[in-house]
Each structure stands twice: as C-alpha cells, then as structure tokens.
Design a protein around this ligand. Structure first.
Ligand code: NAD
Ligand code: MG
Length: 385
C-alpha cells in the first residue's frame, strides 16, 4: 500500500507537531508533503530537514529568505505569505489536508483543498463556525470526507461508525470546564493570562486554551458539531465532565447512548482522522479501570461563563452570527493575551459586536469574508477606547 501524503497546514502548532509525531511513528503509512507555519521559521526548517516535504510555506514574508537559504540544499520548495497558503493548498502533491491552522486564517486554504477534492482532517473548528454551511455543502458536492480531529467530534464520529441511517436524538458534548470550573465572576474579573493558560487536562495552543477557560471553546464546538453531523441546535447538549475521559456521546432515538473514552491525548484523534477507517496500533498510555476512578457530570454554568450562552445564541440565530461571534472572539482573546483587556471583558467585546454588525440570514462566501472584517474592526474599536 502506498503512503498517504499529508499536507499539514499549521505544522508548528500543538496539533501540527503532534501530527508529525504520528507520521514519524508510522513512516510506512504517511509522509509529510506540505508543512506551513506563520512565524516560527526555526521549527519549520527543523521539520523540513527531518521530513523532507515537497513544499513549505512561511506566512511571515520577512522570514522567506531565512527559510529558503536553510533549505537551499534540499528538494523542498519554499513559498511565503498568506496567498501562498491558498496556492499551495491547490497543488496536487498531497492526498489529505490536516487543517491545523488556528482561527479564521485556516478557512481559505481549507476551501481550496475542498475545491480540489482533497479529504480533510479538520482540527480548525473556526472554519466551520464561520462558514460551516458552505464548507459542508462543497464537501458534499465533491464527495470528500471532512473527518474531525477535535476530540469531542472525533468521539461522535467514532460513535456513528456503523450506524448508517439510524437517527440521532441528540449528541452530548463533554467539557472539562477548564481551569476556572466552579469559579464566579468576582474571581474571574481578576484572572490574568498566565493562570488562564493553565489547562488542567490538555496542553494546547494559546488561543484554544483561553477559549477553554472562558467556555467559548465549547460554544464553538457546538456550532462545529451542528455542521459536521447535520444537527439542529436543539439536538446539541453540553455536559461538564472534569476528568476528560469520555470525549463525547451520541444518544440514538431508542434512548441508547454510545460514548467514546480514553485518556486525553490529541494524538489519538489525529491518527484516527489520518488513517480512517483503519485504527493504528500504538503504545500510548491506556485508561486503567483498576485505579480509583470517578467520572462525574454537571451542568455548565452559563450565567458565569457567558461566552457559552452567546455561542448558543449565535448558533440559534444562524446566518452570519457565528461568524461575527468568532471574529469578535479572536480579537478579544488576542487582546487578553496581550494584557489589554480583562477576562470578563472578552465577553463584553463579543456581545457588543454581535448586537452591532448587521445580521444576514443566508450569507454568500463573500458576505462571510465581509462580516469577518467588519466584526474584527468593530471589536478592535471597542478595545482601543
Ligand atoms: P497553535 O497556536 O499551537 O498552532 C497554530 C498553527 O497555525 C501554527 O503552526 C501557526 O504557525 C499557524 N498559524 C497561526 N496563525 C496563522 C495565520 N494567521 N496564518 C497561517 N498560519 C497561522 O494552535 P493549536 O492548538 O495547534 O490549534 C490549531 C487548531 O486546532 C485550532 O483551530 C484549534 O481550535 C484546533 N484544536 C486544537 C486542539 C489542541 O489540542 N491543540 C484540540 C482541538 C482542536
Ligand atoms: Mg475539543
């Protein structure tokens, strides 16, 4: 069997580096054909020298010559800049895209890959939050799979294998609750980034770690699930499960619930998506039922963690509202990471942007792009005040 050629968009991030570990551990199954990074030239060069890809892209054009020079003795082609991401996504040198860029920036390259008929292993949830209807419609037209990498969605995907047309009553997304589970606004108001960046169960990039602390991540995941599994908003429930052992569940219309479980390790959903429908043997630590264990479940506190309530509202409204929510949230999270605004201010920025930007019920792709820009500008203007 020939190896599957993987294009990792966002190879220097948390998901990207773990995907390369999976590829390194399974050289008979995968090669890394495309690697891309935004700013980390040193790591991109190191990865390219190890994996010998067909092409690399460095987003930051100022770093082009450094990368070009370092790889001049190799066969690897080097490109730079935002446009190059889309151009490289349109090359025919790979078999599957692992969409592991963070944020809205991941949308356009992923669209290019879908247009070209490439299967997608999707980590970048923001792509579906912004334009899930268009993405899934195009994937359907091209008859290509969009296989989730997000652990909750991978769990649901795995629960649905073999279920054919059996009806889903609802899905239950589990949430760890993040580092501030049980805390109230009088505590959250003083939270600083160093504390918010410490997630109890997962080690991830900065943006998703903050989203996990505010519960926005779970809201984005509800919208992601709606599009991936073609659900209505009423069919999606969130339950806090602090141990992160059950990664999510599906309840069918006979009341039966299937769960997918395991220790929290993103390499599992990454390798599952890359190798689907095969499972790959590995030596990752196993969950041990002989140790004292408690699996607990509780309702999310959406009065305190209002970002989750806002995301639910955006999902309910549909149209360009999730796109507005996402853009404002990206601006708010990066402002928080730069100590420009407080933890609870992030919610204010998102809420005000949602009330300000004009609602469009069925946006075109162009209108999604415009909405994103307008929402970003408005959210940024709130922070500059
Ligand atoms: P990260 O910040 O660690 O890495 C992001 C990657 O994207 C890097 O390679 C970076 O160079 C690149 N990038 C950043 N900004 C870019 C831009 N403007 N243009 C092009 N490339 C850019 O992020 P991560 O934690 O690996 O998350 C990646 C995606 O996967 C996110 O959408 C996140 O929600 C999703 N996800 C991550 C995890 C996790 O465990 N880390 C779990 C589930 C889902
Ligand atoms: Mg997740």
């Amino acid at each position: 069997m020939s190896q599957k050629r993987i294009a990792i968009f966002g190879s220097t991030g948390s998901i990207g580096t773990q995907a390369l570990e999976v590829i390194a551990a399974n050289p008979d199954m995968f090669t890394a054909e495309v690697l891309t990074a935004q700013t980390n030239d040193a790591l991109l060069i190191k990865q390219a020298l190890q994996f010998n890809p067909n092409t690399v892209v460095i987003g930051d054009e100022k770093k082009y010559l450094i990368v070009k020079e370092a790889l001049s003795h190799t066969q690897t082609k080097v490109f730079a800049g935002e446009k190059a991401l889309e151009e490289v996504a349109c090359l025919d040198c790979y078999d599957m895209m692992l969409a592991a860029i963070v944020g809205y920036a991941g949308l356009k390259p992923t669209l290019c890959a879908i247009e070209l008929g490439k299967p997608i292993a999707l980590a970048n949830k923001e792509t579906l939050v912004v334009a899930g209807d268009i993405i899934m419609r195009k994937a359907m037209e091209k008859r290509i799979p969009v296989i989730p990498v997000d652990s909750e969605h991978s769990a649901i995907f795995q629960c649905l294998v073999g279920e054919g047309r059996n009806k889903i009553e609802r899905i239950i997304l589990t949430a760890s609750g993040g580092p501030f589970l049980g805390k109230k606004p009088n505590f959250l108001v003083n939270v600083k980034k160093d504390h918010a960046l410490q997630h109890p169960n997962w080690s991830m990039g900065a943006k998703i770690t903050i989203d996990s602390a505010t519960l926005m991540n779970k809201g984005l995941e509800m919208i992601e699930a709606k599009w991936l599994f073609n659900l209505t908003h009423e069919q999606i429930q969130v339950v806090v499960h602090p141990q992160s052992i059950i990664h999510s569940m599906v309840q069918f219309d006979d009341g039966s619930i299937k769960a997918q479980m395991g220790l929290p390790d993103m390499k599992l959903p990454i390798q599952y998506a890359m190798a689907f429908p095969q499972r790959i043997l590995n030596n990752f630590p196993r969950y041990d039922f002989k140790k004292p264990n408690t699996l607990s479940f509780e309702e999310p506190d959406i009065k305190t963690f209002r970002n989750l309530a806002l995301a639910m509202e955006a999902m309910r409204q549909g149209g360009n509202m999730p796109c507005i929510l996402n853009a404002a949230n990206e601006i708010a999270v990066y402002a928080f990471l730069k100590n420009r605004i407080g933890f609870l201010d992030m919610t204010e920025v998102v809420e005000q942007t949602m009330t300000k930007i004009p609602f469009i019920e069925t946006p075109t792709l162009e209108e999604y792009f415009e909405t994103d820009g307008e929402a970003r500008n408005f959210a940024a203007s709130l922070i500059h005040m």
